[in-house]
Structures are given as C-alpha cells and as structure tokens.
Design a protein around this ligand. Structure first.
Ligand code: CTP
Ligand code: MN
Ligand code: MN
Ligand code: MN
Length: 399
C-alpha cells in the first residue's frame, strides 16, 4: 500500500499551477484543519505562514485518495514540519489540538466576527479588539464612526455572511447582462471567480466585462452603475477607475495581487422573485452545507428576538456581494486568467512565472524579462503555453 501511494506522491509537482485540483477533495479533514490555521495566520497579518499552510492544504487537495498514514506523505512537496504535525495530530487523535485551540480562542472568534463585516480588514479588526471590541453589539455601542462600506457591511451582515448559491449568481448575471447591454450593445460578460471554477456557493459573484472593439469599454462602468442604481439594484457600490495606462511602474508587477482595471465592488439587492425566475432552476434545498463559513452571530436587529429575526428574513430580497471588472479586449485573456482564481492558484502562477521563467504575470499582461518584451495572448491556453505549463481548465484550478 505504501509503495502504491509512493508512486502517487512522486507525481505531485510543487507548484499548484502544475497540478489539477478539482472540487472533489478526499482529505477534507486535513485540509479544513490546515485552512483554518492559514486563515488564522492571515487574520494576524502573518502572510508567510498563511501561504505555507495554504500550499500544504493544496497538496492534500490534489491527492486522489484519503491519507491514512504519515508514510504516504513521504516525498510530497510543500509539507513543512508544522503542517506535518497538524496532519499527524488529526491522524492520531481525530482532530488537531492547535486547530481546536485556535477555534475556541476569543481573539480568533472576534477577528472572524469583525472581518465578517464587509469593508473591515484584519488591521481594523485588530485595532478594535485591542480596544476591547469583540462583537457587533460592542462595535455598535462604541463611538467608532464607520466608513460607507463598513456601514453597509454592518447593515447587511447576516445576508453577506450567508453563502451565495449558483442560482443566485445566475440571477445576478441576468441583471448585470441587462444593464451592460442597455448601455452598450455588443458587450461581453463572463462569470469569473469561484463560480467559473464550478463551485456551488461563494462569498460573492464576480463578472468580467469587455467589448470586442478595443476602446469601446472605456467609461463603461459608471453607466452600468447608473443603470443599476436607477432600477434600485444597488445597496452599495464603489467604482474605481482604470489606472493602468497612467501608472509609471509598468503593467506587470509580480509582487502585487492588485490590478488596475476599472472595477466596482458592490452590494446588490437581489429580489427573491428574480432568483426563481432564472432559467437555471437549481433546487435551493441542498445548499449551504455545514462546512461553509456561515457565521453564527447575534442578529443586528435592535429588539433581538426570534420574531423580529423571522420577520427580517421574510424581506422579499437579499443582499449579495458582487464584483464587476471591465477589461479592454486586448487584455481580456490575462484578466480572465487572473480573476478566475483560486487565490492560491493565481499566486502560484505568478511565482512560477517569476522564479521558473523569468517572466512577470499580471491580470493585464505577461512580460518576458529575458527577451525584454510583452507576450501577447488572446486565450488562457496561450498564456499557459507561454509559461511552459500544461493547460489547466477552470474546474481544475481549485487549489
Ligand atoms: N482578485 C483580484 N484582485 C482583487 C480581488 C480579487 O485579482 N482585488 C481575484 C482573486 O485573485 C481571485 C478572483 O479575483 O482569483 C476572485 O476573488 P474572490 O471573489 O475573492 O474569490 P473566489 O475564488 O471567487 O471565492 P468566492 O467563491 O468565495 O467568492
Ligand atoms: Mn479524485
Ligand atoms: Mn468570488
Ligand atoms: Mn470577488
């Protein structure tokens, strides 16, 4: 048995972008544990540790059978001493004491609750926790003035912490399609992010918008936003204009995750009937599995109680986070690749490009440092080919 698994081990390459990672995970007990430690590290701004745990989890996600013995892990990449200790603990005791300890810690619980507010990052949460704020009621009772994003995040806290289903994503897609078509005919809209990778739920819905004629997409977002606002579909939006052309430090910054496309971070008001009216009729009974990160937090309703909570849930719409990105057609393939994820897969692509190929990959372009030139591409397949990688379809980028 050990010999058989050793063969499997030897074919696991070390970069996640060299591997096929489907949503079928035979090792959730280990990957859940490692992901929680990654999350805890990220919430404490220990990104290096976070990435190490994410990489370890991703290696286990790529295995085709459950790990039952530490010996099976010999020769696997990205498994450091800390990750191996966690796996060993789970194998021997059914759970990792470090994970259980983290989950129960007041600090972690408070960080989760506070960063669960749209617009609140780990640094802000950290500052509030130092002031003794650990919960939403405590935040509301504090004298803190929240910015516009945080106010919206607090107001729609329960909705935004409930996973978005594919059916809801499709319903939003129809609304966005209607909006872009009515302001600029011929526009192309593509579902990106987790749903493009085949996920059944997500924390938001992501769309990439482009036009087959270069330049026609300029200034599109404010028009789309106006249309959506006039129809009452937006609870919040922040539009950032394209800053790619005016930037001085070149398009491909391998160290940065941020791109400079015209974009809109928004909260949609999705009518319940719009959801039922979609062609994709998915049964909504099987969604929100236990392992999705649905937070159990006190209701924000002032006169907190089951009656008012029930009433609040009966509202005929729900708030959904939506990201819109506009790309010129010449950069579309790079934007598509960069916004499909997963986040680790993207990070690994950029690391592969830089470390193995002396290239700089961003969501705008691919630059070859050896040839000192940009490499054009009009499809994701071409970008993988430029990078010397086997093409991995979106459904297998779930690292
Ligand atoms: N992304 C990005 N720049 C940002 C935010 C996100 O390039 N400022 C990219 C991420 O790298 C990811 C994709 O956009 O590849 C989608 O991000 P996100 O919606 O956060 O993650 P999903 O994979 O869609 O997960 P979920 O289903 O939870 O939304
Ligand atoms: Mn499998
Ligand atoms: Mn997403
Ligand atoms: Mn997103």
């Amino acid at each position: 048995q050990v010999d058989e698994s050793k063969e499997v081990e030897s074919i696991v390459p070390s970069y996640a972008c060299q591997r096929r990672t489907t949503l079928e995970n035979h090792n959730t007990v280990f990957t859940d544990a490692l992901s929680l430690l990654a999350e805890s590290a990220e919430l404490s701004d220990e990104d290096g540790r976070g990435v190490a745990f994410r990489r370890a989890a991703a290696v286990l996600k790529a295995l085709h059978s459950p790990v039952t013995d530490l010996l099976q892990l010999r020769g696997l990449p990205c498994l450091g001493g800390h990750s191996l200790r966690v796996i060993k603990d789970v194998l021997e005791n059914g759970a990792s004491s470090e994970v259980e300890c983290t989950k129960q810690s007041e600090r972690f619980k408070a960080l989760k609750v506070l960063t669960g507010i749209f617009g609140v990052g780990s640094k802000t949460a950290e500052r509030w926790i130092r002031e003794g704020i650990h919960s939403l009621p405590q935040l509301q009772d504090s004298a803190h003035t929240l910015n516009r994003a945080q106010q919206a995040g607090l107001e729609h806290y329960d909705d935004l912490n409930q996973p978005v289903t594919k059916a809801e994503g499709d319903a939003i897609g129809e609304i966005v399609a209607k909006a872009v078509m009515s302001v600029l005919p011929g526009v192309q809209i593509t579902l990106i992010g987790g749903f493009r990778r085949g996920k059944l739920t997500g924390h938001d819905v992501d769309f990439l918008i482009t036009h087959p004629e270069e330049g026609r997409e300029v200034g599109l977002m404010p028009k789309v936003v106006s249309w959506l606002e006039s129809k009452g579909f937006l609870l919040y939006q922040k539009t950032t204009r394209n800053s790619y052309l005016e930037s001085k430090d070149g398009p491909a910054r391998p160290s940065s995750n941020m791109d400079r496309f015209e974009r809109c971070f928004s909260i949609f008001k999705l009518p319940e009937d719009a959801k039922q009216g979609t062609t994709q009729t998915e049964t909504l009974t099987e969604d929100t599995p236990e392992d999705t990160c649905r937070l159990t937090t006190p209701s924000l309703v002032k006169d907190e109680g089951s009656e008012s909570t029930k009433r609040a849930n009966l509202k005929p719409w729900r708030a959904v986070r939506v990201d819109l990105v506009v790309s010129p057609i010449s950069q579309f393939a790079f934007a598509l690749l960069g916004w499909t994820g997963s986040k680790l897969f993207e990070r690994e692509l950029r690391r592969w490009a830089g470390h193995e190929k002396a290239m700089s990959l961003s969501s705008h372009a691919l630059y070859d440092n050896t040839q000192s030139k940009y490499l054009r591409a009009s499809s994701e397949e071409e970008i993988f080919a430029h990078l010397g990688l086997e093409y991995i379809p979106p459904s297998e980028r779930n690292a």
